[in-house]
Write a protein of this length. Sequence first.
Length: 288
Amino acid sequence: VKQAKASGRPEVYEPKEASLARRRFSIETELRRAIESDQLAMSYQPLVNLKTGEVSGFEALARWNHPDRGEISPTEFIPVAEESGLILHLGRWAMNKATETLAGWDAEARERLPFNIAVNLSAIQIARDDITEMVGGALRASGLTGDRLTLELTESAIVQDPRRATRVFDKLKALDARVAMDDFGTGYSSLAYLQRLPIDVLKIDRSFVSGMMTDPDSVAIVRAVLSLAEALGMSTTAEGVESRELATTLAALGCVSGQGYFFARPLEQAEALPFWLSRLRPAASKRY
Ligand code: C2E
Ligand code: MG
Ligand code: MG
Ligand code: MG
């Protein structure tokens, strides 16, 4: 916009801004309706153990198929939900949906399935006092034990109020849930929080992982994160594993699990159990 003004042609850009603002506003109104009318769906992306090739968990990722606009990406509607406060509503829906689904799979398989479900929590949810009641309520309603649940948080949940975050994380741990630091390495918080907070898993951000094949610096960063995690007794997941080569390189470096299009895209609910089965005890000679 500044450039446009400097060149004396603001009119070329302002209509676009206005239409973006309009889209944002209607997304907010329609998202409210979408949550209430069940227009949102949950997809499930597998996390694969890089040593055994088996599925160790699924990450629940919200999907919005808009009747007129088609698929709207969470990278667009989650920020709108956060700014409008709708994230509390959406977050509760996501937690209930994901836990209900895992309990349903257990029932279908007639066993306690050997994997977890990961649910993303926004910093705004962490800033609320009722977050542990929300998570505890979903566990009770689904009948799952807390150890079946991984909560994915970003560094933004910590930076605003680290002392509060410590209290909340401790309460979530008391439910027996695992805590994963999402997009690790992209936020603004200091490393000191790794020492103070009960973090179980570091999810290495996709930007470092996808750089590994071409950029030695990315390899160095991934190596450093893996050894840091190991020293602190944390597990590791690499995001954005898009090739076999990346999967084998990460496995050789000691990364515990991987997630990415090479293994699977986020799957529809009905596709998840078949995927888990298809990867069960694969021949040791060809893991992926
Ligand atoms: P995230 O938690 O970091 O989730 C991983 C994102 O990376 C997902 O994008 C996933 O589809 C994508 N991804 C996975 N593997 C690959 C790969 O190999 N290559 C590439 N290029 N991308 C890959 P998605 O589903 O668009 O979600 C974007 C973000 O929206 C998520 O990032 C998360 O921060 C947020 N989000 C999604 N669902 C929820 C939700 O229910 N609650 C909250 N609070 N946030 C959510
Ligand atoms: Mg995540
Ligand atoms: Mg992530
Ligand atoms: Mg992300």
